[in-house]
Design a protein around this ligand. Structure first.
Ligand SMILES: C[C@H](O)[C@H](O)[C@@H](O)[C@@H](O)C(=O)O
Ligand SMILES: [Mg+2]
Length: 399
């Protein structure tokens, strides 16, 4: 039996992005980027916070980089959203559960990180940090075995990934070969019926540009209430809205349950990118909140937890289409029948060309070509990417 090395050291760093740092904290973009241009949020009720999500701190955390070094010198790493507070948790709390252990003890390591932080974690930033550690473990395991993560998850069930694009220009996304376009909703309840009318006009315009068959979706980023979301769904049905995403607060399971009853027959209610762990997604599924769940593998608990979430969903006939998280979701989606397509977040400021999602942090980050990615693009050990040495790491804490 092969004797794999043990974990020697865990290191948590941040990347000083500053204005337009991008990377895993992909909302941290420069001025004029579509992803920060008057997108509806619950903070929109405050006029000073309506134009820009950066104004209320959507990019306040920054990127967390977790590196796990084995005692033979092999290093696995991953990036996610979390910055210095997440780095603190990794160094001061979670590292003790890894160092000296085999990286293949990922179930025990996950269990100890989660239950040791249960008194202050369970969702949000703490589970982002746990996810970052878990993703770095899977990267290290792949490097030690010399195989891509998707091989360790059961292998590919199809030869390629197909993607829908998230961004301001579904019309351009169609020309680039994507199977659909998800737009950010720009006007929330605070802008009244006038705003709702503008939303519908925007969808109608995109439908006229994209033709009848191209998928069009709204991403509502937790901005609405059940009544507004219901009215929006019915007003958009004539323009073929395929799904209404994350319309209300992730905590309002009862509201989602009602919205799913309210929307027109055939329209999908989707959510989950700000949900975490098997318990959170069990609540969404057992309360029949949505038709499709969208966990972010860098925020929901990592691959180890996404495996559990996906199996629960599969038993209920629910699709799992992870929130855009680059290679970390691609290696998962290609191995699951109930994950028939993936999300690609258009990080080009005008959403007019394909750019690597976590640019500039990862070398070798694959991107869709003609809206697709062949499985052979994933055929490198681990997640198949390297940290860009041009991007300086800063390790704020040690242990
Ligand atoms: C486009 C949305 O407002 C978010 O910025 C996006 O990150 C997320 O909701 C998504 O589903 O991609
Ligand atoms: Mg979303």
């Amino acid at each position: 039996m092969r004797n794999f090395p043990k974990i020697k050291q865990v290191r948590a760093s941040v990347i000083k992005g500053g204005e337009g740092g991008g990377g895993a904290d992909y909302h941290d973009q420069g001025e004029g980027h579509w992803i920060d241009n008057h997108i509806a949020t619950s903070m929109g009720r405050y006029p000073e916070y309506r134009q820009s999500r950066k104004s209320f701190g959507i990019n306040v955390l920054g990127t967390l980089v977790v590196e796990i070094e084995a005692d033979d010198g092999t290093v696995g790493f991953a990036v996610t959203t979390g910055g210095e507070p997440a780095a603190y948790m990794v160094e001061k709390h979670f590292a003790r559960f890894l160092e000296g252990r085999s990286p293949f003890d990922y179930e025990t390591i996950w269990d100890q990180m989660y239950f040791a932080s249960q008194y202050y974690g369970r969702k949000g930033l703490v589970v982002n940090a746990i996810s970052g550690v878990d993703l770095a473990l899977w990267d290290l395991m792949g490097r030690l075995r010399g195989e891509p993560v998707y091989h360790m998850l059961g292998g590919a069930v199809r030869n390629e990934l197909q993607f829908y694009a998230t961004g301001a220009r579904p019309d351009l996304a169609k020309q680039m070969g994507f199977i659909g376009g998800k737009m950010p909703l720009l006007h929330g309840p605070i802008e009244g019926d006038e705003g709702l009318k503008k939303n519908v006009e925007m969808l109608a315009d995109m439908r006229s540009k994209c033709g009848d068959d191209f998928w069009l979706m709204w991403d509502c980023w937790m901005a609405l209430d059940v009544n507004y979301a219901t009215r929006l769904a019915h007003a958009c049905a004539p323009h073929g809205l395929k799904w209404i995403e994350e319309a209300i607060s992730p905590d309002d399971y009862w509201g989602y349950q009602q919205l799913k009853k309210n929307v027109p027959a055939g329209m999908l209610v989707t959510t989950g990118e700000h949900e975490a762990t098997r318990w959170g997604f069990r609540m969404l599924m057992e309360m029949e909140c949505c038709d499709l769940i969208q966990p972010d593998v860098g925020w929901c608990g990592g691959v180890t937890e996404l495996l559990k979430i996906s199996a629960m969903a599969d038993s209920r006939g629910i699709m799992v289409v992870p929130h855009g998280s680059s290679v970390y979701s691609y290696h998962f989606v290609i191995t699951r029948h109930n994950s028939p397509f993936a999300e690609f977040l258009m990080m080009a400021p005008k959403a007019d060309h394909v750019a690597p999602m976590f640019h500039p942090q990862l070398l070798g980050e694959p991107v869709p070509e003609n809206g697709r990615l062949n499985v052979n693009k994933l055929d490198k050990p681990g997640f198949g990417v390297e940290l860009n040495p041009e991007v300086k790491l800063h390790r704020p804490y040690t242990h």
